[in-house]
Design a protein around this ligand. Sequence first.
Ligand code: HEC
Length: 138
Amino acid sequence: MRKDDRRSNRIKAIAAWAFVIIMPIVFLTAKPDPVVVPTIDNATFLSGRHVFRANVCRACHYLKGADPVADANPRYRPEYLYGPDLTHEGSRNPEIGWQKLNLTKHDMLFPNGSMGDQSRLMTKAEINDLAAYMASRK
Ligand code: HEC
């Protein structure tokens, strides 16, 4: 055996042992992916809240902290309003896809509902932001 061959065999052996030793460590220390909790970034939060205010959702819904006009006037409370309280909407309907449908195809989700399509005057981006905002209201 030539000297070079012996050296390359030794390198291979070291590599093989390193693999055998390191792999169990990798397996044992690998943690499962953390549960992904959908969060909302600040820009989406502000935009979604703005769309909520601008489309006067307060006419039918209370959502604590969403609309200063509603928060300042005790007449804008669920007991006086037509629609459900949305303060914890994200706990009831946490999926953004559902929230989008609720705005764009409301009658599909609530065939006998009275809210109707609220998204005709919204851009796609506004619908996305509002839906994410709704889903984030835990
Ligand atoms: C004319 C009154 C009215 C307006 C305006 C209105 N909603 Fe509604 N909304 C309702 C009613 C009533 C329901 C219950 C389902 C139904 O009857 O259609 C509802 C249901 C919802 C739900 C589902 C609640 C749940 O957990 O079941 C969400 C979310 C919602 N509305 C968001 C909005 C947003 C956001 C806006 C503003 C863009 C808005 N709504 C504007 C009346 C209204």
